[in-house]
Design a protein around this ligand. Sequence first.
Ligand code: ADP
Ligand code: MG
Length: 697
Amino acid sequence: MAKVSDIYGSMVFNEHTMQERLPKATYKQLMRTIKEGVPLDIDVANVVAHAMKEWAIEKGATHYTHWFQPLTGITSEKHDGFIDPTDDGRAIMTFSGKELIQGEPDASSFPSGGLRATFEARGYTAWDPTSYAFIKDEVLCIPTAFCSYTGEALDKKTPLLRSMRAIEDQAHRVLELFGDDAATRVTTTLGAEQEYFLISEKDYENRLDLVLTGRTLFGYPPCKGQELEEHYFGAIRPTVNNFMKELDDELWKLGVSAKTKHNEVAPAQHELAPIFAETNRAIDENLLTMEEMKLLASHYGLVCLQHEKPFESINGSGKHNNWSISAGGKNLLDPGENPIENLRFLVFLTGVIQAVDEYQELLRMSVASAGNDHRLGANEAPPAIVSIFLGDELGAVVDALVDDHDYTSAERVAMDLGVDVLPNFLKDNTDRNRTSPFAFTGNKFEFRMPGSAQNLSDSNMILNTAMAKSLKEFADTMEAVPAEQFEAAAIDYIKRTLTDHQRIIFNGDGYSDEWPLEAARRGLANNRTTADALPCLVAQKSIDLFEEFGVLSETEVRSRYEVKLEKYNKIMNIEIRTMKRLVRRDYLPAINNYAAEVARNIFQVRGVMADADLSPQEARLRQLTEGAARVNVLLEKLHELHYASLEITDQQERANMNAHEIIPVMDDLRAAVDAMEIIVAHEHWPVPTYNEILFYA
Ligand code: ADP
Ligand code: MG
């Protein structure tokens, strides 16, 4: 097998390849575009396109595509051949700078939330030179942003890039106050831990609910769940191991730094964590990872489930969003070695606390989806309430600042804030509170609410913009302060801000029954469902934030809200229809057939042996007929509500009905069917059960 160092990044047109393949002057100019955002001129683009094409053809590529992320969140691509026929019947391979920089997919079928009337269906894609091009399945993929003809963003990437620009601008102002070099590049970093399930293809094909909705709409808990805790970090099944090896190989070729892989808590659940990268690249890489997982699973007779809650009663899947901000490669959320670095650390830390408290509902909104609703607040994932975990050490630092007393750590390192050095043991001392939605983990924050199926752009776009706002406020205040008073004024500012936003800090158990009550007392939002969480996106406060930093215009915000609402309602509609179909065509007939078989048995045995004790069979028969009747009643109830919901034209109202009236009935119907699953004879049950699906060989 090839050495990892040989294959790593071999399918990526990265800096190394650019340097190798481009004329010096072109390389320099392209680097200025990538690193400093200087616009690319067409002559340079032509040279880059040519080199890229030659490189891609050597690697076996025949087509190219503008690879983009429409508002569905998943990636889209339309392949164009490099091929260009000549007059004499041959063909040459061409690829121009214009084709590299801009594309015009007919985009009328992508969701736009009303931004793009169908007669104006044209949208265009524009190369994002800060994300590397790569080759996948003989196609040169060029990461692009996707906009309408009038310039509105129609994708997930554009606002993310705008937010990275916003946070960089404001961070520069803050760093300048600290005497740091204003030209340093400031970027946000992201490490996305991807959880997923692998099950056998055969079981998958026999579960229409999984095929159509990505999750099981029915299914009694397996006899053995995750209680033995033997799966977590346990030995990996040979088939799964082979899958993971091929996955690593393929990802490495694509320059995705897949680093850690292990079994997760739930049976058949696994995780892959990459090494963090700049946010926009990390998101591209995460989307590629998700795609490769699905594709490669099929090589092993497996299916990769990326839904947030494929199975009730066992853990669902999340995608932990490890977030930080760095300047010139130095992590700004790393406590420093000297007093001024520590003060800077505290300024950035305070900025995050303020941002998360101020825009907690937007962050909650960014993870809202039909799938994630089944996960958030279940006893495995953080609740729908946003709070921050700092850990004992840092928590004590913040308390000391707020209460204005000297800080004494557990290790007895006294610290007079702003003068002494923040203890370096902070990093290892932050304990692993798994119930917190937003936890400080030594030198970064881990946002744990995002679901496994999600595109992380929205969450990071909001985090970045909210943080830009905190930094702006700090810079606005401090730029007016004379330099010699800066330190004292900064400490004062930190104290004030922490005092104002202290309520968001919670170091306790997020799964406890008391926490929602305590959170309500603190005035923290608890938007339990997607229907409750989405309206905050179009609140004036949110629109003001996005407009202030040029991240989204009001029109763009409103269109995104529409798209999210519609998606939620469409998913609900599909789930309801699948549920009704399965009950009518599979489950009720199965229950009734088995009941008829029991009745026949009773009848036959009685014919032979008039005094036989048949009360157990009769009791079973009654359970079956009563169970079927209950299933029927709930099916009709769901049917009525479903039709009533389709009459509602206002999407928010329809979402409210789905979330608050229909889902409880779906839960009841499921419970009624599941109660039958465990008494109907095995051979009569029409689908594989949790026992079979989750414990395959
Ligand atoms: P765990 O949370 O599972 O214990 P780690 O703390 O080692 O694992 O890291 C989890 C993820 O956080 C990894 O993807 C890692 O690359 C990422 N990470 C580490 N440092 C940073 C950083 N400064 N910015 C963003 N992500 C980071
Ligand atoms: Mg983690």
